[in-house]
Design a protein around this ligand. Structure first.
Ligand code: 4AD
Length: 436
């Protein structure tokens, strides 16, 4: 709608054809500008209507003041609008400027995502973890590991098979000559290149055909994976995990505090993210089992030595340890994948493996020293057939090494205090859900 009697444009006011972005609007006072965005709230008074319009450039909204005749009774939360008006200094302290509207085009589109921490996600994905790993002190080299692979790194059989489609392949021809899958982890390829660069990392999409509707599983998620050569202790790995978590989270607190506050205000009032930044605790799997068995909590799954820790156990352990991140080390050998190093000096048969458990989520990172001794690796059933190239890495000379993977969406879940992982991505993939 166009106002019949537009607000007076002062002679000093310039008209700009360039749309402004709300997060950059400061300093444009007394300028007639167009703004596009979605209505976040509408408050009507007798003569005027007050809209909060957000254009997706940040979480910040711009207050638009329009005479009632400009507004439309159908204007509501989610409506898309194009508003032209004059940016003026606001009488309210909270917002530096407001837009005195003289023209509103009402596009009437509703756009709804389960959630929208997209800005945080892309900013962080592109920069923080990579910045930490490539920084001078750390010196990791980035490697793009393949998305299509013939290996099942975790050995769990949760694979999506890749096959060509289309008329050229109607007779079921096998494109790669071997069964090929979407990768579940870039680890094995990182292990190959860690024989040339001693510290490597990858950050890419990974896929799991886990038939799970849980609050922390996706079929497609991003993982930051690091591999370090010449290491013989889990401490070398846990130090990188802890420093990386701290670096990323401090960055978020310094630069995206509005996003974090918004989520924490609505989702998990109480605990502050910075409370997670104390020194992480460290317990063994044996100690974890003892804690669980001593507790009065009734768990749905067993807590005997040798049983896998389920989400309920992990969340309990984090709470028990004061709601801060906890490393659990030295899991039973049979619980961990074929690549985990045998702790031969332990009385119970354990692997040099570690999981980092964090508040609200449970497992955020999984890592281990890798078995570099050929005889012990070969003893794992079935490896010779499928992973002969992996055994060759040891056969022709390997050094002690280890690494870990951090699930990026679970990291977002943790720092934003979001209960369901499907709410931290715009297009979550899980069983029976791949429509769009
Ligand atoms: O513990 P995982 O399976 O470890 C690996 O894949 C190793 N190969 C990584 C390595 O050492 N390079 O997975 C690592 C992390 C988990 O701790 C979790 O945060 C995340 O990946 N993750 C998932 N996130 C969302 N949905 C799923 N289905 C996930 N499965 C694992």
């Amino acid at each position: 709608k166009k106002c019949d009697t537009p607000s007076s444009i002062s002679p000093t006011c310039k008209l700009s054809r360039k749309k402004i972005q709300i997060n950059l609007h400061c300093g444009h006072c007394n300028l007639a500008v167009p703004v596009d965005g979605w209505v976040r709230s509408v408050r009507a008074q007798k003569a005027n209507v007050f809209l909060h319009v957000n254009d997706g450039s940040s979480l910040q909204s711009l207050q638009v003041v329009a005479s009632s005749e400009l507004s439309d009774p159908l204007l509501t939360f989610g409506s898309a609008v194009e508003v032209t008006g004059i940016l003026k200094k606001s009488p309210h302290q909270k917002q530096p400027v407001e837009l005195d509207a003289n023209f509103i085009v009402f596009c009437f589109i509703f756009f709804f995502l389960r959630t929208f921490p997209l800005k945080s996600k892309s900013d962080m994905a592109l920069s923080i973890f990579a910045n930490f790993l490539i920084s001078g002190d750390n010196g990791f080299v980035e490697i793009n590991t393949p998305i299509i692979t013939s290996n099942d790194c975790e050995g769990a059989g949760e694979l999506f098979q890749v096959e060509p489609s289309g008329p050229d392949y109607a007779d079921g021809e096998n494109f790669f000559s071997v069964p090929a899958y979407l990768t579940v982890s870039g680890q094995l390829h990182l292990e190959v290149v860690s024989g040339a660069f001693s510290k490597v990392y990858t950050f890419g999409p990974t896929f799991r055909a886990e038939n799970s509707q849980s609050r922390r599983h996706l079929a497609e998620f991003y993982m930051v994976e690091a591999e370090i050569s010449f290491t013989q202790s889990l401490e070398d790995l846990t130090k990188v995990m802890e420093d990386m978590f701290r670096f990323a989270t401090e960055h978020v607190l310094a630069h995206c505090v509005e996003d974090v506050d918004l989520f924490h205000k609505h989702v998990t009032p109480g605990q502050k993210l910075k409370e997670y930044l104390v020194s992480f605790l460290r317990i063994t799997y044996r100690e974890a089992i003892d804690i669980l068995r001593r507790s009065s909590e009734r768990f749905a799954f067993p807590t005997d030595w040798g049983c896998d820790l389920k989400t309920e156990h992990e969340k309990y352990l984090v709470k028990h340890c004061g709601n801060i991140p906890v490393f659990v080390t030295d899991y039973p050998y049979d619980l961990k994948p074929f690549y985990a190093r045998d702790n031969q000096d332990h009385p119970e048969r354990t692997a040099a493996a570690v999981d980092l458990l964090v508040p609200g989520v449970g497992e955020l990172c999984g890592g281990s020293l890798r078995e570099e001794r050929l005889n012990l690796l070969s003893a794992r059933a079935g490896l010779e057939d499928v992973y002969s190239w992996y055994l060759d890495l040891r056969r022709f000379g390997s050094v002690p090494h280890g690494g870990f993977g951090l699930g990026f969406e679970r990291y977002l879940q943790c720092i934003l205090g979001v209960d369901n992982i499907k709410d931290v991505v715009p297009f979550p993939r899980f069983s029976h859900s791949c429509l769009l």
